[in-house]
Ligand binder design. Structure first.
Ligand code: SAH
Ligand code: SF4
Ligand code: F3S
Length: 454
């Protein structure tokens, strides 16, 4: 036991890393470490890294450089680097060689062996590296320290089998491994009992849930079961893939009361030639068909996406095909990225031949147009009454609360603290590109009188 020692974790990357961090947090606390609010107060600092684009890795490398001083400032401090970046062999070696003040280098799977790695480094006083990937799901039985007391990330499938040509994720997260139906249901029931209101089911490819399990279960049947869990008010799922996304999932979104009306369906590109080169396994026609199906079934649904510009060989016309789909589909929001070559992926063997300026021009054009479309869509909500789940006090203005609509839009409205985790109904007064501004009308049947809850 490490009584009196304190830890701090800095997380980069996606929700899967957020979720992994909650497990690591639980493991460290079970070792007797106490949480530290800042790294200055910490004896143990852990970085959970991302490798999806070069920028993400550069950020970590710059941070690691600055941490030399942190390490020297106090004797006995331990610095650990885990996650997707260090899972790559060449990156683990690079970190070991260039940042000698790092004590532990661990991967996405060896997270569960962190206690042993701590012991090893403390005994040997040498850098310990463990990036082995072992079969099976190890989350069961692990302590989880959740950041929020009302929203929970619940991973249901780890890894990815898709091997999109540009993507590092399958190499750092391994093959698809679903948790059992019973384990997930049990976890969500326990969350409901503890007062959690909202659950986001996570997977790199969440639609593939159950494919690797012997029993005949899938994302739709799982959500059907979870829809019955008492206490839980909202269910979400991330991230979908157009190859596996299907009518059953759409029916679950439309028919199950707790499943929120939001689908995140990465498009990546609008040209069939580029989609093929990306190994995405669908055409633009198939994608458009899915969008039609979603909109036919689910009234008021929000659809968001991911798009990459500047894939090797992407012509001006092919980029325009992406723009044309953005125009036609009208996404609520799009996360847009400039292609970044990732060592070891098939795309990285192709020449990254689109000049930087052209990539920049393309992404700016895309962002600008998408911003206009997003705002136009949000404006349609002006004057409407929407349900939000209150997340807390706004970061910019302490007299404002923030919450999310079922369609996953951020909303700010005046209100007093204490409503965190509650469902509230707000009237939308003004729509912006990235958020909505509203006024509270009532929470859970309570009416407001002159701005005060009765
Ligand atoms: N599993 C999820 C998330 C993958 S990473 C999914 O399949 O959608 C999130 C997004 O990052 C991807 O959707 C893609 O748009 C983008 N991305 C992945 N690799 C990239 C690369 N090498 N360069 C630029 N963007 C990339
Ligand atoms: Fe990467 Fe494609 Fe898997 Fe998403 S589906 S994680 S983009 S390989
Ligand atoms: Fe990054 Fe790993 Fe997520 S590479 S996007 S943190 S799965």
């Amino acid at each position: 036991m490490q009584s009196g020692k304190r830890y701090h974790i800095v997380t980069f990357g996606c929700q899967m890393n957020e979720s992994d961090t909650e497990v690591l947090d639980g493991i460290l606390e079970s070792l007797g470490y106490e949480p530290a609010v800042t790294k200055e107060e910490a004896d143990l600092l852990v970085l959970v890294t991302c490798a999806v684009r070069k920028k993400a890795e550069d950020k970590v490398a710059a941070f690691l450089g600055r941490l030399r001083r942190w390490k020297e400032e106090k004797r006995g401090r331990i610095l650990a680097v885990g996650g997707c970046m260090s899972q790559q062999e060449e990156m683990a070696s690079y970190i070991k060689k260039n940042f000698r003040h790092v004590d532990i280098i661990f991967g996405t799977d060896s997270l569960y062996r962190f206690p042993q790695l701590m012991e090893e480094t403390m005994e040997s006083r040498k850098t310990v590296v463990d990036i082995d990937i072992q079969e099976g799901v190890k989350r069961e039985g692990q302590p989880v320290n959740r950041k929020s007391s009302f929203h929970a990330w619940v991973p249901i499938i780890y890894g990815c089998n898709n091997f999109c040509s540009y993507c590092i994720v399958p190499y750092v997260r391994g093959r698809e491994k679903s948790r059992t139906f019973e384990d997930v249901v049990e976890e969500v029931k326990a969350l409901g009992n503890k007062g959690y209101r909202e659950v986001t089911l996570l997977g790199q490819n969440v639609d593939a849930y159950g494919k690797d399990l012997p029993d005949n279960v899938n994302l739709a049947s799982l959500m059907e079961e979870l829809n019955r869990v008492e206490g839980i008010q909202r269910l979400r799922f991330l991230t979908s893939h157009p190859r596996d996304f299907n009518e059953n999932i759409i029916k679950a979104v439309s028919g199950l009361s707790k499943v929120c009306e939001h689908v995140h369906l990465p498009l990546q590109a609008g040209s069939n030639r580029i989609l093929k080169k990306m190994n995405r396994g669908y055409t633009r026609q198939h994608y458009l068909g899915l969008i039609d199906l979603i909109r036919n079934y689910v009234e008021g649904v929000a659809i968001t996406t991911d798009i990459i510009v500047g894939y090797p060989g992407e012509t001006k016309e092919e980029f325009e095909e992406t723009m044309e789909l953005v125009e036609r589909i009208r996404f609520d929001a799009a996360y847009t990225f400039v292609y970044s070559p990732r060592q070891g992926t098939p795309a990285a063997r192709e020449k990254d031949n689109i000049p930087k300026e052209v990539k920049k021009e393309r992404i700016q054009k895309l962002i600008e147009r998408q911003k206009e479309i997003g705002l136009e869509i949000n404006r349609q909500l002006e004057g409407q009454l929407v349900e939000v789940l209150v997340e807390g006090i706004s970061r910019e203005n302490s007299s404002m609360l923030t919450g999310r609509t079922r369609t996953n839009k951020l909303a700010h409205f005046p209100g007093s603290p204490g409503l965190e985790g509650e469902a509230a109904h707000i009237r939308i007064k003004e729509a912006k590109t990235w958020h909505l501004q509203g006024e509270l009308e009532y929470t859970k049947g309570q009416k407001l009188k002159a701005g005060v809850l009765e």
